[in-house]
Unconditional design. Structure first.
Length: 238
């Protein structure tokens, strides 16, 4: 009998405590909501132009060659245009938005033209390849690079004169200067595409194209080349 009374008392006390706790909890103010946190916007990484690269290019070349007439006639001017194609290798280093670099390129050219001198001798001017070694300076706008370049230019000429009986030919290399500008865009982390214009200026060279019938045929031949080319590069590194 005592144990029943004790158990009943304990149950009644527990119920009373639970009821009191529930009533007290009901009287408490609601818990504050967590503070709103704005989602973090994704910012793509800024492209880094630093690194070594190698690539290829194709385009068109436009050249002017001028030969002095050894017999006192008017000078002969040849306007030459044709396909060019080759490759380039270089390296860039980026300081914030400022990019500096060095580049070397080589292009085969189809720049060839013919004419006649004052004695109707057939003369031919053929520029077979060009090459440059330049410094580059540019401004980077993330994946877009706008740059200028300048340095040393080289070209190989194969010129000839036919006097109606014999042909005299000479091959020689020219050295001059170059300046140009272009834009380059990063297609991905490692691949870039570019469009570029270059001017190559060469001085006058003295040529001796004597044949058994002319005995002496000395002319001064000058050359200037303009190149417009599109290229693609692979940049090594991250």
């Amino acid at each position: 009998m005592i144990s029943r009374v004790f158990v009943g008392g304990c149950a009644l006390a527990a119920g009373t405590v639970a009821f009191a706790c529930a009533a007290q909890a009901a009287d408490l103010p609601p818990a504050p909501r967590p503070a709103y946190v704005a989602p973090v916007a994704y910012a793509p990484p800024v492209y880094n132009w630093t690194g070594f690269y190698v690539g290829g290019n194709i385009g068109a070349g436009f050249a002017n060659s001028s030969w002095s007439d050894p017999f006192g006639g008017p000078d002969n001017t040849f306007s030459k245009d044709g396909f060019i194609g080759g490759g380039q290798i270089g390296a860039n280093y980026q300081f914030n938005w400022f990019v500096v670099g060095i580049e070397g390129d080589f292009d085969w050219t189809g720049l060839k033209a013919s004419g006649t001198d004052s004695l109707a001798h057939s003369i031919t001017a053929d520029t077979q390849w060009t090459s440059t070694v330049t410094g580059r300076v540019g401004a980077a706008f993330d994946r877009l690079l706008v740059y200028g370049k300048g340095g040393i230019a080289f070209a190989h000429d194969r010129d000839s004169m036919n006097d109606g009986f014999f042909t005299a030919t000479t091959s020689f290399n020219r050295t001059g200067w170059t300046g140009g500008a272009g834009v380059e865009y990063a297609l991905s982390q490692n691949w870039t595409a570019k469009l570029e214009y270059d001017y190559l200026g060469f001085g006058s060279e003295s040529l001796n194209l004597a044949t058994p019938t002319t005995l002496s045929y000395t002319t001064n031949a000058s050359l200037n080349v303009q190149e417009v080319k599109a290229g693609i590069n692979y940049k090594f590194g991250p």
